[in-house]
Design a protein around this ligand. Structure first.
Ligand code: SF4
Length: 299
């Protein structure tokens, strides 16, 4: 059968070889080098070498281990974030307001953590959230989880006083992203998203970041900008995630995000975790999961 894809088997260029050799010596690629890497055809020999190098560097650095994460959505509602890539956007959603009871949340938290392997439990709200209710839930969840399991909030924008309240009741970190084309494909202000990054750091919370939601329309320049935003703000964890659309949603016409090959290429550009991260991981046991495509909503 004829293969329609012309797979390039040209030898590595000197530039790509140099970037990969430096990565093996623990020198991360620059912005410009990342742009070059992201423009490699996903089915080329060079992209395959890039993925293999990224996999090797990551496994060596983290002792062939990863971390297990879980998430509970505390409720759903038509969301004023109105992201065109999200099923909950208020201008197009079919979802009505609904909340899990505290009993259901605690039961789910217990199920996630029962084996003792869970590194962090993410608690997710829509962009809007009621702080008092959230604090009560977190306190109760904290008392349910083993001491080594972290709590990470995945919520809308918040200020420093709210961040400190969250920390006081047991939150360890926050997942927060200035999404690709924030303000164009969403109703949220990129400047406010970035302000929340600073708040997270100032409150002493771990800042979880991700390059997302990646679709076929995003070019290397955009991806590099978004990748480095997380690094500039001192993220605790970096990731890459493709966009997966629900049929009929506003961005469905743009198509699905990256194939596995290019996604792995993007994920290579993770900032290595900090010493703090590694020391926290010492208490972890066992299983790991790649979170490049987690089911969380991209707040
Ligand atoms: S991605 Fe988050 S902020 Fe955007 S509409 Fe969905 S729930 Fe709201």
């Amino acid at each position: 059968m004829k293969n329609n894809h012309a797979i390039s088997s040209a030898p590595l260029t000197k530039q790509i070889q140099t970037i990969l050799d430096r990565a093996l010596e623990s020198h991360p690629p620059s912005r410009e080098e990342c742009r070059v890497l992201l423009e490699l055809p996903p089915d080329s020999l060079e992209a395959a070498r890039l993925r293999a190098t990224a996999d090797f560097v990551s496994r060596r650095r983290f002792g062939n281990q990863a971390i297990l994460l879980g998430q509970i959505g505390l409720g759903t509602a038509p969301c004023p974030g109105d992201c065109l890539f999200c099923v909950f956007g208020q201008s197009h959603t079919a979802f009505r307001q609904a909340e899990l009871s505290l009993e259901e949340i605690l039961q789910r938290a217990h199920s996630f953590a029962a084996t003792g392997d869970l590194f962090a439990l993410f608690l997710m709200t829509m962009h809007d959230f009621e702080l008092e209710r959230l604090l009560r839930i977190i306190e109760a969840v904290r008392n349910t989880l083993p001491g080594h399991t972290q709590i990470v909030v995945n919520i809308g924008d918040f200020d420093l006083a709210q961040a400190r309240d969250l920390r006081t009741v047991g939150v360890n970190g926050a997942y927060h992203v200035c999404r690709l084309r924030e303000g164009l494909d969403t109703a949220l202000d990129p400047a406010v998203r970035k302000k929340t990054f600073s708040v997270i750091r100032e409150a002493g919370l771990d800042f979880y970041y991700c390059c997302e939601p990646i679709g076929p329309e995003h070019d290397a320049e955009e991806l590099v900008e978004q990748l480095f935003l997380g690094i500039e703000y001192g993220c605790f964890q970096h990731a890459a995630m493709r966009r997966v659309y629900v049929p009929g949603s506003p961005l469905a016409g743009r198509g699905r995000g990256l194939g596995d090959a290019r996604l792995r290429t993007d994920a290579k550009h993770r900032r290595p975790r900090t010493e703090l991260t590694r020391s926290r991981r010492r208490g972890q046991r066992g299983l790991c999961r790649d979170r490049r495509e987690s089911a969380r909503h991209p707040s």
